[in-house]
Design a protein around this ligand. Structure first.
Ligand code: BGC
Length: 649
């Protein structure tokens, strides 16, 4: 006997040999076999003997197991089986033995024993005297092999099924926590309207900042000349120039360039960041073609889209309140961002004037209004999320300045920071918030926007991987890394309509190195994407309807001038401001929308539109959500034109 190739004595058997039967409840045959064995003997003779013994032992075990099964049932016999077979295959073996037994009972009319098998192979008389006739060995060995193979397959299936069961439980629990039925959405709508009022009344009156933008006139098509925009806000930075030709010419020509923001600048110093912007801007201007011409005497005027919360002190100045979306340039907080950029431009020896500081929502609103008078609201659903709208200046109680001639003021809501107890918050949101760069802030944004949706999905998958081992053990390292699942990948998986979900498999493999997922597990992954996407989209819809409600355009009141409810008098369902007649001409309201999430994530867009219709009912016919692609850049240039120092008539 070649000892080298002989399998090692299993630890369990050594233990049994040394200690006799581990449990007195086990049948006597077990104890008999264990007795007298010396586990410390490593000689070839011992192994030969052990091998033979082991085979006898195996047959006896199976016999004992089968008789125990018949006499005591599965519950009682399982510990016996588990004591000599790994737990993971035990259930599979059990099932197969049951099936085999049934077949044999049917065939032979009696319960077979495995001891017979062993006896038959050695050519001996069967050792349990009551056997009627020997079975051909070949048949038996084939049957035994089939039984073993089936055991492995069945046990694998059972294992996968139990993983799936646990994963499904986690999914169901998460779906329940994210559930946004109509009644809940209505509560969010009302809470949004209430918070909008509160934010307009006093500084800090609400988590909604409701920032006056000093924009009291929006572009109307009369603008002429060459204007520029710089746009800092998400993962990309953009510079743009546009030649405007008044009502007849409108946008004669425009050009833009986009560069990715080096990640180190998002966490560096203010000077580095604004220097980078200035550098890109002046090199863009330096490469200007002949088609773009400044009017004689005209200075270069810029609209600066800065998509972070800023407390404006004029149309072209404002201090940064805080960073969002993964930026953390600490020394810029509290700084006038226009002055910082102006310094950067001057350091490079250029002379340009920043005519307007605008949030991207305001740029989108302005870009939309340029073409369509019914545009009242600007929304961004991209890396971050936010909304702005045209408010009656009188309604802005905290506004200390003069009431503008137009009687209007654009309000940057910073709705990303909206909070209400009606929002469906889960363990995922809590952990994401705790580990974010701005804990405790921008909770609404963290449930809705592109920067966070992928990570919400990842966090649920981590739980499934840890508790249900759906991706094997150990949990893939990369899966534990925050923000490793980007929303575009989540969207790809969510939109996978192949029968075997091969896109899901591809993304899991590419991003996490996870291979061999079953279709069942992939379906669960898709369901997680769907839950996170649907919740975000429906909450965004509730936000939009909340604004419509605040300005009296949700269709729940008669068209035209409506008696205004004050904050104190109104009940939760009665918020409508008095609406100037010209706002409601035609009764149509357009929401100008921009952002990659809305543009590229079709299911998100569809869920959102469905929820708006659900919430508004018939009134939804008067509300149009229009994609204003890259509207924020051109909108900022248009605002630079309408607030320019040098007005070309
Ligand atoms: C910012 C907003 C911005 C929005 C969309 C948020 O994180 O706070 O100012 O409008 O993202 O870019």
């Amino acid at each position: 006997m070649d000892i080298g190739r002989f399998p090692k004595l299993p630890v369990r058997i050594r233990w049994q040999a040394d200690h006799q039967a581990p449990c007195s409840a086990f049948p006597s045959c077990w104890q008999d076999i264990g007795r007298g064995q010396t586990g410390s003997d490593d000689s070839p003779r011992f192994y030969k003997k052990w091998k033979l013994d082991w085979m006898d032992r195996g047959c006896c075990w199976m016999d004992e197991y089968i008789s125990c099964l018949g006499a005591r049932g599965f519950e009682m016999s399982r510990p016996l089986l588990m004591s000599f077979i790994a737990k993971s295959v035990c259930v599979g073996v059990h099932v197969c033995v049951c099936v085999l037994l049934c077949l044999e009972v049917k065939r032979a009319g009696s319960i077979p024993t495995f001891t017979r098998l062993r006896a038959g192979r050695k050519g001996l008389e069967p050792i349990d005297g009551n056997v009627s006739g020997a079975w051909p060995w070949r048949m038996r060995s084939r049957r035994a092999a089939a039984c073993a193979a089936a055991a492995v397959i069945v046990s694998r299936r059972l294992k996968v099924r139990s993983q799936k069961c646990t994963a499904r439980k986690i999914l169901l629990e998460f779906q329940e926590a994210c559930y946004t039925p109509l009644a809940r959405l209505r509560q969010v709508v009302d809470a949004m309207a209430v918070e909008m009022h509160a934010g307009l009344v006093s500084e800090g009156g609400s988590k909604l900042k409701m920032l006056p933008t000093y924009i009291d006139r929006l572009p109307d098509g009369h603008e002429r000349g060459l204007y520029y925009a710089v746009d800092l806000g998400g993962t990309n930075f953009r510079v743009l120039r546009v030649q405007l030709g008044g009502l007849e010419g409108r946008v004669i020509k425009q050009e833009y360039e986009e560069v990715a923001i080096p990640p180190e600048l998002m966490l560096g110093t203010s000077e580095q960041l604004f220097d980078f912007i200035a550098k890109e801007l002046v090199s863009f201007v330096a490469r200007e073609g002949q088609d773009f011409r400044l009017h004689a005497g005209q200075n270069r005027e810029i609209g600066f889209t800065f998509s972070f919360p800023v407390k404006q002190t004029a149309v072209n100045s404002g201090t940064l309140l805080q960073w969002t979306k993964g930026f953390k340039v600490n020394d810029a907080v509290g700084e006038d961002v226009v002055a910082a950029l102006q310094r950067g431009i001057e350091r490079r020896g250029y002379k340009m004037r920043i005519a307007a500081l605008v949030n991207d929502t305001v740029g989108t609103l302005a870009g939309g209004r340029y073409w369509n008078n019914d545009v009242m609201i600007g929304v961004i659903l991209g890396t971050g999320t936010n909304a702005c709208y045209v408010e009656r200046a009188e309604a802005v109680s905290k506004w200390a300045g003069d009431i503008p001639k137009s009687g209007e003021m654009v309000i940057n809501m910073e709705w990303g920071n909206f909070w209400s107890s009606h929002l469906p918050r889960t363990y995922v949101d809590e952990s994401l918030d705790n580990e974010s760069l701005n804990p405790g802030e921008y909770g609404f944004e963290k449930m809705i926007s592109g920067m966070y949706l992928g990570d919400c999905v990842r966090r649920v998958l981590v739980r499934m991987a840890q508790e249900a081992c759906i991706f094997g053990t150990p949990v893939p390292h990369k899966l534990l890394e925050a923000f490793s699942l980007m929303t575009p990948d989540m969207s790809k998986m969510h939109h996978d309509d192949s029968s075997d979900l091969k896109v899901v498999a591809e993304v899991l493999k590419r991003v996490y190195g996870i291979q061999n997922t079953t279709v069942g597990i992939r379906k669960i992954v898709v369901a997680v994407c769907d839950t996170v996407c649907q919740r975000g989209a429906r909450l965004a819809a509730a936000g939009i309807v909340g604004i419509l409600k605040k300005i009296g355009r949700d269709g729940s009141a008669a068209n035209g001038v409506i008696k205004r409810n004050t904050f104190e008098q109104s009940d939760m369902n009665g918020f409508h401001d008095e609406v100037p007649v010209h706002y409601t001409s035609g009764g149509r309201t357009v929401v100008a929308m921009d952002g990659g999430l809305y543009e590229h994530y079709t299911k998100f867009r569809n869920y959102m539109q469905e929820a708006v219709v659900e919430l508004l009912g018939e009134g939804s016919k008067n509300v149009v959500i229009e994609l204003s692609k890259d509207g924020s850049g051109i909108g900022a240039a248009l605002l630079a034109a309408s607030h320019a120092e040098y007005v070309i008539s």
